[in-house]
Design a protein around this ligand. Structure first.
Ligand code: PLP
Length: 282
């Protein structure tokens, strides 16, 4: 199994990361998770564009062009014969004596990547999942896909401890997003989701879903909604690269709709599946 280290494909035990790597010490870096279906990369361009956009937002120079990165990702998938799974990609600001300001002069970013086989969460996609509602305690630049994930990690842990699939966060009254997903409600035939501000990550899956809404004739309102409004939605779901269109059947103790995935959510699941690179996957 090969991994990516800067612009090299190598083995995991060859990789040397410094103990003063800024990703390790400060979480000073960015990442992407990209899905592979039947050997094909899904929405690779969108993920690579977001990777560069995250880097730009933290004034970090990536030493490779987007084309080189595309090529390296494809090489990695081929080398590892990955059929169904994910590519994880991250870049840190590099290895430099510990000091908060960006190194000046800059040191080279450290890029790492690997593949992992995963299965689509088919049982959950069919049955729907319960989530908890939790205060969003994260920072104010959630639009950056940053390695700083402690707030997200703590939120997800709360969900797991309560036997739930995800923690859907709210800042004050306003629903923002899940700990590793975007959140959507459907009421009277309209889809509601938080606008793409600094308070959420603009999910690639979210963008695909908004295209699906157009295709199936589901009107979209990108406006913040409250916890109380969330509990009045007919349907609720969360999305990410790994979980696609995941129906939510419980918000804390509140049962969503009749407690099973709603009709619009099912239609969105089908419209989403129709976009996947190959029809035959597991
Ligand atoms: N929001 C957060 C905080 C995430 O970590 C993720 C992905 O893991 C998402 C949203 C969904 O993004 P995407 O659909 O690009 O995977």
């Amino acid at each position: 199994e090969k991994v990516l280290w800067n612009d090299q494909l190598t083995t995991r035990d060859e990789v040397k990361i410094g103990i003063e790597d800024r990703g390790y010490q400060f979480g000073d870096g960015i990442y992407e998770v990209i899905k592979v279906y039947g050997g094909d990369v899904f929405t690779a361009t969108e993920h690579i564009d977001r990777f560069y956009s995250s880097a730009e937002k933290i004034a970090m120079a990536l030493p490779y062009t987007k084309d080189v990165l595309h090529h390296l990702i494809h090489q990695l998938i081929e080398e590892n014969e990955l059929e169904n799974g994910i590519v994880y990609l991250q870049a840190t600001r590099g290895d430099s004596p510990r000091n908060h300001p960006y190194p000046n002069p800059a040191v080279e970013a450290v890029l790492t990547g690997y593949t992992r086989e995963t299965k689509r969460p088919l049982a959950e996609l069919e049955a729907g999942v319960p989530v908890i509602l939790i205060e969003d305690i994260r920072w104010l630049r959630c639009d950056i896909k940053s390695l700083n994930l402690l707030g997200n990690v703590m939120a997800k842990q709360q969900a797991v401890e309560k036997g739930c699939f995800e923690a859907v966060q709210h800042r004050g009254d306003v629903i923002t997003e899940g700990s590793s997903s975007n959140a959507f409600g459907i009421k009277d035939g309209t889809l509601y989701t938080h606008p793409t501000t600094n308070l959420i990550l603009n999910g690639i899956t979210r963008q695909v879903i908004l295209d699906c809404c157009k295709e199936i004739g589901l009107p979209v309102v990108e406006e913040a909604f409250t916890v109380e409004q969330a509990k009045q939605m007919d349907e609720f779901f969360i999305s990410s690269t790994g979980i696609e269109v995941m129906p939510v059947i419980k918000l804390d103790d509140h049962v969503v709709g009749n407690g099973t995935p709603g009709e619009w959510t099912r239609k969105l699941q089908h419209a989403f599946e129709a976009k996947l690179p190959r029809k035959l996957y597991v």
